[in-house]
Design a binder for this molecule. Sequence first.
Ligand SMILES: Cc1cc2nc3c(=O)[nH]c(=O)nc-3n(C[C@H](O)[C@H](O)[C@H](O)COP(=O)(O)OP(=O)(O)OC[C@H]3O[C@@H](n4cnc5c(N)ncnc54)[C@H](O)[C@@H]3O)c2cc1C
Length: 394
Amino acid sequence: MYDYCVIGGGIVGVATAHRLLDRHPGASLVLVEKAAEPGTHQTGHNSGVIHSGIYYEPGSLKARLCVAGAEWTKKFAAAHDIPFRECGKLLVATDAAEHARMLALYERSVTNGVEVELLDAAELRRREPRITGVGALFVAATGIIDYGKVTRALAQRVRDAGGQIVLGAEVTGISETDTEVIVSGPAGQWRARNLVVCAGLQADRMARIAGLEVDFRIVPFRGEYYQLPSHRKDLVSTLIYPIPDPELPFLGVHLSPTIDGELTVGPNAVLGLAREGYRKGSVNLRDAREILGFPGFHKVARANVRTGLEEMRNSLFKRGYLAECRRYCPELTVSDLLPREAGIRAQAVLRDGTLVHDFLIERTPRSVHVLNAPSPAATSALPIADHIVANLDD
Ligand SMILES: Cc1cc2nc3c(=O)[nH]c(=O)nc-3n(C[C@H](O)[C@H](O)[C@H](O)COP(=O)(O)OP(=O)(O)OC[C@H]3O[C@@H](n4cnc5c(N)ncnc54)[C@H](O)[C@@H]3O)c2cc1C
């Protein structure tokens, strides 16, 4: 019997395995992942931004763990020779309404303890001459990194500490007794004293398999990207974000330099019908049936009809997508938008249609389930892991 079993080899699962072995040297641990490599799903399909923590509801898990996670991610990367760059980020207001929201965001970032500069239009133009707006916030601490590399380095730390990582093994059964948890699937069975489930896009299914009564579903929101051609790579030197809509958990289409030297545009947020289908128009019948049969999905769709239709139109027609970016970067043209693989966000939606904004973590006597770990969970993975370890040790 193992001391710990972790399901899911995304950044949250692998960071948790790492912190468990760090805090309990000599403990036995197995991590079970259905894909052939760690970091295959959300962890390997994101914007690669080390978020600073400005956006989140003060006092929320996101606000606390993101600020700590940004520092910790940079320290971990420096210690393991993983390239990262503190390029900073500009949040650009393009009209008076956005300017008012920008000032509210400034107050929130001060409350969250993140250093932010307020810029007027002239200063914005001086710093990023090809970006236009009526004002901006500059966050110096925001950075870029490859979270796939971070996850692989964490996985190596787990193996070095004696942990076992089993790949290509889908978990289909979880049963918990007073003394142990039994995890099983076609590839084998694992018995452990404690279990942590970090299943991302499958979090609700894993919780139901384990017998938890969950009142939400994971709804997949596709995040589609484009990539700019090489002659555009120096268009901006910082990350350029719009001012987000506070009602939505997504940050809006942004211009992001990547640590590999590309410049990406995206992601949008389109309701999807396949949790792990990355191609446009992917439909998985089981996923589609579950999503369409869930009342929360219809309530979200109804409450956001306009935004939803706009996102869908912009997903189908490049010109609509382009219009989003041209609000702050007017020189971009349709021919600048080259294809790039999409990502899929796991977003928990309650039965009444509420989108769960914060991280959601629940426990049973012997297990911890990470039920909602959307952005900035990659940035926050190490403190989320410590939070889980503390929860289990409690
Ligand atoms: C488009 C997009 C952009 C984003 N941008 C950012 C960003 O810039 N910065 C940031 O901090 N965050 C960002 N995020 C969010 C971040 O990527 C996620 O919050 C984070 O990767 C979640 O990690 P995870 O380990 O919970 O999930 P995942 O990486 O999805 O891992 C879950 C793992 O569980 C495995 N699994 C599921 N079911 C089973 C099963 N039955 N048996 C075995 N294994 C199973 C899966 O195969 C998967 O590997 C973004 C996300 C998306 C989609």
